[in-house]
Design a protein around this ligand. Structure first.
Ligand code: NAD
Ligand code: NAG
Length: 449
């Protein structure tokens, strides 16, 4: 479109005005950019000051090589806690023996986690726990375990597996050589009530932990709890690691099986050293209130009737009950034989170890016999109510073949059910302050520490 070449005065004046406006705004921009520059400089100085205060010189420790990611994503928001918190983490994670390990134990306020943490600490390894203290069962029991660990200088960080900034901060503060990953949503029946909790902890939480571990420098070796439930509807007997595990009977079992496949992937892609342990009905002092031996004890003492399952073809249900001390030995054996992860900078550098082991007791016991032993120990007759097991994810029979664990790290269960239950009952009556009914021998219980 042609514009007429107008050279009128009004146009000239307008041009002049706009010229003035331009000069004016340029001045403004100059002034404000100076201000902006100064502010940025100040902010940068403050940031540098902040980092210097929050973190000691990185060169203190050769392991303290951190990828930028976690530095930026964590420290800015002071994830986890302040300097005192970091000091606790550092102190708790430092081994007290030459060549000692530094282990992050997830689920440390849990049954197996608390026992393993104590065992590692007692032999001189550094241990830091992680637990979210959820209320799947009475959290006061988790707090009591935490207090016990605190007495032995084991610090438990309160947090969730899914908290990536917290986890990367932990790995930044303490260069863990190993992770003993025991945190999970446990229990078979609860999955029908709260299926999402299994996905969150056992799948999403596990993946989050593996993501942090693969990015850490150095990458830790990981030993983690799978479950005998992966054998599911398998009818081979006893269960061996070479058997198929593709018929889970519960969502719990399916998430553990998924964990084993996910472990394979992270081993394959990132060179993480991974060992899965399939536990078989672990029991003992400080045990889990949601498990039969525990609530049978409670109900028998309270005179309540207990439900005993029989199978659909009228057979007795049997479990390969494994005493906690045997399981702890197995866990430490697996940790001690775990090879280093091979990746670095989040990249695989060579093949890494990938293992799966049964940790069971190799002798299934019918639930009827479990109750009979408890009746004797509690000196009380149980009110038994025998019912056909509902389809709630429980499997009627478990039996471990532990040949592989024995060959690779000398795993050998030594505690029979009667012996183990005696220790459990002793702890139970002490912990819950239950008065002996008509006891002949009154022994002082002074070993509760
Ligand atoms: N006890 C057994 O008989 C048995 C059998 C087979 C497998 N397992 C497995 O062994 C491991 C330990 O079992 P346990 O008997 O000590 O159970 P537990 O429930 O006593 O311990 C698990 C701990 O993990 C914590 N936790 C759960 N989800 C978490 C999350 N998202 N973030 C942080 N912490 C979380 C819980 O608060 C709990 O203290 C679990 O992985 C379990 O599935 C146990
Ligand atoms: C136990 O497992 C091993 C492999 O770990 C196998 O060679 C052996 O045959 C198994 N024993 C039984 C009785 O299944």
């Amino acid at each position: 479109m042609p514009t007429p070449p107008d050279t009128s005065k009004t146009l000239k004046l307008e041009r002049y005005n706009s010229y003035l406006r331009k000069i004016h705004s340029t001045k403004l921009i100059n002034a404000s950019s100076k201000l902006l520059f100064r502010a940025t400089l100040l902010a940068a100085l403050l940031l540098i000051l902040f980092f210097t205060i929050t973190y000691p010189p990185l060169s203190d420790n050769p392991h303290h090589r951190l990828h930028r990611h976690s530095l930026l994503s964590t420290s800015l928001f002071s994830v986890g806690g302040g300097a005192a918190w970091e000091k606790q983490v550092r102190r708790s994670s430092t081994p007290r023996r030459p060549n000692g390990l530094s282990v992050l134990v997830t689920g440390a306020a849990g049954f197996v986690g608390s026992h393993c943490s104590l065992a590692l600490k007692k032999r001189g390894d550094g241990v830091v726990g992680l637990d979210n203290f959820n209320d799947y069962y009475d959290p006061s029991l988790k707090r009591a375990r935490q207090n016990l660990l605190k007495k032995h200088q084991v610090f438990i960080v309160e947090g969730d597996l899914n908290d990536a900034p917290l986890l990367s901060k932990l790995f930044y503060v303490a260069p863990f050589t190993h992770v003993l990953h025991l945190a999970a949503q446990a229990g078979v029946r609860y999955a029908m009530q709260n299926p999402q909790s299994y996905i969150r902890s056992n799948i999403a939480g596990f993946v989050n932990l593996l993501e942090i571990a693969k990015a850490a420098n150095p990458q830790p070796a990981i030993v983690w709890a799978s479950s005998s439930s992966v054998y599911g509807l398998n009818t081979e007997n006893p269960f061996s690691e070479i058997d198929r595990t593709d018929k889970p009977a519960s969502l719990y079992a399916a998430t553990k099986k998924a964990g084993e496949e996910i472990a394979h992937t992270y081993n394959h892609i990132y060179g993480l050293s991974l060992t899965g342990l399939r536990f078989f009905t672990v029991y003992g002092p400080w045990g889990r209130p949601d498990m039969a031996y525990f609530f049978f004890t409670k109900d028998i003492l309270q005179g309540k009737s207990i439900e005993i399952y029989k199978t659909h073809d009228q057979k007795e249900v049997a479990r390969d009950f494994t005493y906690i001390d045997d399981v702890v030995k197995g866990c430490l054996g697996a940790v001690d034989t775990a090879e280093k992860s091979t990746g670095s900078g989040g990249k695989k550098k060579g093949p890494a170890q990938l293992r799966v082991y049964n940790l069971g007791n190799t002798s299934p016991v019918p639930v009827g016999r479990l109750v009979w032993i408890l009746e004797g120990l509690l000196e009380t007759k149980a009110k038994k109510h025998v019912i056909t097991m509902p389809r709630n994810g429980d499997v009627p029979f478990t039996h471990a073949n532990v040949t592989l664990a024995h060959k690779d790290f000398g795993y050998k269960p030594t505690t029979d059910l009667a012996t183990g239950l005696r220790k459990f009952v002793k702890w139970y009556v002490g912990y819950y302050g239950i008065q002996p009914r008509t006891k002949k021998e009154t022994q002082p219980t002074d070993e509760s520490g």
